[in-house]
Design a protein around this ligand. Sequence first.
Ligand SMILES: [Zn+2]
Length: 373
Amino acid sequence: MAKVRDVIETIEKWAPSPLAESWDNVGLITGDPESNVKSIIVALDVTEETIAIALKNKASIIVSHHPPILKPLKNLTGNDLSSRVIQMAVKENISLYASHTNLDQAPHGVSHALAEKLKLTDITPLSPGNCELLKFITFSPPEHTDKIREAAGHAGAGVIGKYSLCSFTSRGTGTYIPSGDASPYEGETDKLSKVTEDRLEMIVPAPCISKVLEETRKVHPYEEMAYDIIPLFTKEPTFGYGAIGNLQEPMELSHFAEHVSRTLNVKTLNVSKGGKKHIKLVAVMGGNGRDYISRSISAGADAFVTGDLCHHDFMEHYSSTVLIDASHRATELPVLHKIKELLHYLPSMKGIKIIIDWGTTAHFLYESYTENI
Ligand SMILES: [Zn+2]
């Protein structure tokens, strides 16, 4: 039976935790990685309703985009939403796992999902290359190569676009002389050993390298793990914030606004006039995209679709680009399908129910968008 650990490892291969911003709080927030999983809840936020859905469906893990604890909690008295859901999750043995700014930057992450939902093509990150790439190379007896590859992969190595566990292995001869106090895997003290070794190479996003070293050391048989870390000139083009792509056919602004409204099920949008009548190249950012307006303009986008724009953003940029505020929530919801898909196709998840909690807009007196997309 699949365990909480399997769910976490699957998501980590796609969106490694070390990619997250330093102020963020991602990963396993509470729970036991060894718990069995009967069903999984995928949600944007963890609320009391989310916990109730988890209980109803006997779910042992909730995977959320927004971390249930972002600022440090000073107490667990239940006076705020964070402490209430943590109390409930601990009491009911439900694991809470969050994938936030790491999922924003991961290939096919939050903004890519939004871009696909809006039917953009040729999608690339709006702000690529935040993530430097390294080449991790280690040398080991051939019978240990698979385990080491697995361990490095779980720590974030070997992800290239839609592919995980990408590696190259070549075989050769390694030499060494063990000193008097060494405990070699094979070979004799003070004698030159010539042994058959595999050279395993994998690409690693720079923020993941410490974790890769830590995890591979656990399964590497050598007393001194031999490895190289080589900085690459290339940066991972599929990692980055935001997304940009083309509409298949140019649309008049009013038609494009209707398209966004209909596709994301947002009843009301804030739309600026912009400088162009027809929209073809579109930049998007799921959630709060205020800091990426200039990036969208410099990338030549005809329109920028995001959430959390304020009065001053529209005042400053209304004549230079089309800004569309489709709300924080609605621009992030499409990624929930992606998480579900990822887990659904895993052989170990066979027979496990994966339920999306679309959340609620009940905290608004007037809803501007509906529950489901
Ligand atoms: Zn968000």
